[in-house]
Design a protein. Sequence first.
Length: 333
Amino acid sequence: MARSNSSENWTKHPTLYLKDGSIVLLANTTLFKVYHGLLSFHSEVFCGMMEGTSTLPADEEKYDGCPIVRISDDPTEFAYFLKALMDMKNPVLSKTLPFPEAAAILRLSRKYIADSLREQAVKQFERLIPRTLVSIGNIASYTDVFGPNPSHWPASPLILLSLFQEQDLPAFLPWMYYSAASEPLSSIVKAHSERQISDATLYAIFQARDKLCERWRKIGFNTIMSRSCVSACHVQLSWLNQHCLSPKVLDKWAGFKALAALSPGQNTVTFQREANTWVQIGVPCGQCRLLWLDKEMMLRRETWMTLPSYFGLPSWKVLWGEPGSDDSDCEGF
């Protein structure tokens, strides 16, 4: 990195500039002074630096009696990484961390080949990803992983999708693609316009979204029309048009359970479509409801099994790479 900043503008990090440190790291204008032996032990890249590879300046620039290594990382993100690296005996990732902090540790542990720390970081995010269909409702929430403050959470699944793509975590991608495809269209387009997702990712999301909506429409339509029921036409116009054109095939909507719980003579049900907006729609007869709920479960099972293919990804078996596993293990039934 070019030496474009004067030492007069440099500032010492308030907690990560140690008096007895043996190497100084300069990120932008922020100085970190830490133990080179600890860095070398946990990071292959820093180990190479300490051995005097070409990563160090040729003239061995020094500050406060110690060699300086200039790095291109954001100082705040690098501080998160250093703090985690220097406290491996009490892993910081065993606690809830704000998303920006957890993401920085994930990125930089890969960049600096700090394998033990990266393993912890991956496990932190893995808590958000279901491995089976039945585990979808039991995965950790943002609160569990990032803490109770919503301002510390990722803004949308699209942010997580981009992070997992960047960090080469393919096993996490099918669920995050699905979650991204379930976002409002305006959010998806906005993420693309702000370059949070690539053209290829946008195309994959839209293609999969269409397929998921079509599967949902077909299963609902076929179930309702498989019986000669006086409410069929009304249901087709209201239920299908209002609710079935959605990519959220794997979600266990409360509406499904509400249908099963309706009394036999009840012909309408009220749903909240948007904030402060409620609609009342017609529902199938009792026998159609039971048939529809049964087929809905079949639809979710089949969709889960083939979910990676919707986004051009390998099978679950290949993605998780677990010896002895097959696709039925991922089904969860």
